[in-house]
Ligand binder design. Structure first.
Ligand SMILES: [Fe+2]
Length: 470
């Protein structure tokens, strides 16, 4: 795709609390801040990070106030940043051959990076930058500077951990899971009560060959791990010459993909369902419901046929313009809670980064917002309508696109007094490849553009973000 490589160019400029010019009207009720995270620098001198996911963590903040937008961006001065920028080398943090998940390998050896470049959350009253090791960073919400690593108020030993926490809409607790490697490998489900940094162990399951998992799903009654057959045996990490973390994972499709359902109250593994193999990074929403007099658990997620979505993201491929974003299928899995066979249906093709209204989390819902990868020379944003079991229309209902623009993850912010699920705005940090700068785009829930605010520079393609009300 032409212009695509612009999204992988190093950024070095940092600005603080800068007023952005706004075209159009940002709704005045939008009075919080959007924080985003992602890798934004891969080269220092002759040193280069190999994998997209290995770039230095870079945070952006968009503060909304009375229709105005103020912008701050910062590379938190992590140990990884200093090693790279001040010592002029990525060595010691990123292996030239290992790639992204080498972080976990390093951690098993007692030396893991603090390059938290995946997501953000609020934990213990603080803004936190997250990655897939437990080295999460406390971040100053104004300057985006690193305050330190997050100290957990517990004694859990964790190795690989999800950077996609799910906040329980009732209690405010952040739920997650981690994988602990050792003589006994296990997936451990945990929750962090609101206002604390304490990971409470909820439940666990022992596994012989742990899988690479990226996110999970929470419903009113269950937590659901989705375990693709991209598996390892951790003793492999410790062998000399074993390569990078992800190189130690094997795609074993004959195992199928397993859904592990934990009761939220009991912490027990209450159900286990295996379906034909697929890989996934991201779940959308999940919920229980009664349908045709039977109870089922619904999980919406973006599925891939195999693990190539992980392995195709080297910087060489991306900067050469030869690769594309992974293009998955938004799929609905229906897992009966009474012993019937699971089923799935396709909701949309060619999408990633699914988001939905946080007010509908764990409940039946109507709309998924996502990046679409169908457009040539840019990425559209789409709204996929996923209700309609009662006979309504399903599938891509709305699109927003513009030639030369690659959209970022669409973050939906509900109107505080809205009634309809789509009453709110979609915030997306997009890349204008012709102007070679980024632009924050504000759309309504029907994906009609309300406003845009151009940035002073191009922010490389990032990962995830959250909007927090002030
Ligand atoms: Fe993710």
């Amino acid at each position: 795709m032409a212009g695509y490589e612009t999204g992988f160019r190093d950024l070095t400029e940092e600005v603080r609390d800068r007023d952005l010019p706004v075209e159009g009207n940002v709704p005045a009720w939008l009075d919080g801040s959007l924080y985003r995270n992602g890798p934004a620098r891969w080269t220092v001198g002759d040193a280069e990070a190999d994998h997209w996911f290995d770039g230095l963590a870079h945070l952006t903040k968009f503060a909304f106030d009375g229709g105005a937008v103020r912008y701050t961006n910062r590379f938190p001065r992590t140990d990884a940043y200093r090693a790279a920028v001040e010592d002029g080398s990525f060595a010691g943090q990123f292996s030239s051959t290992d790639g992204y998940l080498s972080r976990v390998k390093s951690m098993l050896a007692g030396d893991s990076t603090d390059n938290a470049n995946v997501h953000v959350a609020r934990i213990g009253g603080e803004l936190v930058a997250l990655t897939e090791t437990p080295n999460w960073l406390r971040i100053d919400p104004e300057t985006l500077e690193r305050r330190g690593t997050l100290d957990y108020d517990d004694d859990l030993t964790t190795h690989h951990v999800t950077a996609h926490l799910r906040q329980d809409p009732d209690s405010g607790a952040n739920w997650g899971y981690f994988t602990r490697f050792g003589r006994r490998n296990e997936y451990v489900l945990f929750r962090i009560p609101e206002g604390t940094t304490r990971r409470e162990r909820v439940g666990s399951v022992r596994v012989e060959k742990p899988a690479y998992m990226h996110s999970f799903a929470l419903t009113a009654d269950h937590a659901v791990l989705v375990e693709p057959p991209l598996v390892t045996h951790p003793t492999k990490f410790l062998l000399p010459g074993a390569g990078g973390f992800i190189d130690n994972y094997d795609w074993e499709p004959s195992r199928g993909t397993r859904f592990l359902l934990f009761g939220r109250d009991s912490g027990e593994l209450v159900r286990e369902t295996t379906v034909p193999a697929f890989f996934t990074f991201h779940t959308a929403n999940a919920f229980e419901r009664e349908r045709n007099d039977a109870a089922e658990l619904v999980v919406d997620l973006v599925a891939y046929d195999d693990d190539s979505a992980v392995t195709d993201l080297s910087m060489n491929a991306l900067r050469g313009g030869g690769a594309g974003f992974p293009s998955g299928e938004l799929r609905r899995y229906r897992l009966p809670l009474d012993g019937e066979e699971p089923a799935h249906e396709s909701l949309a093709d060619g999408v990633e980064m699914p988001r939905f209204s946080p007010e509908r989390h764990t409940r039946e819902y109507e709309h998924v917002f996502a990046q679409s990868t169908e457009m040539d020379g840019g990425n559209a944003l789409v709204r996929v309508d996923v209700g309609g079991d009662g006979g309504g229309e399903r599938g891509v209902a709305r699109r927003w696109e513009e030639s030369g623009i690659f959209s970022g993850e669409p973050i939906f912010v509900p109107h505080p007094e809205g009634d309809a699920e789509a009453d709110g705005v979609v915030l997306s940090l997009c890349l204008d490849t012709e102007a070679e700068r980024s632009v924050l785009v504000v759309l309504d829930g029907d994906l009609t553009e309300l406003a845009r605010a151009p940035l002073p520079h191009a922010v490389p393609f990032g990962f995830h973000g959250e909007y927090f009300r002030d």
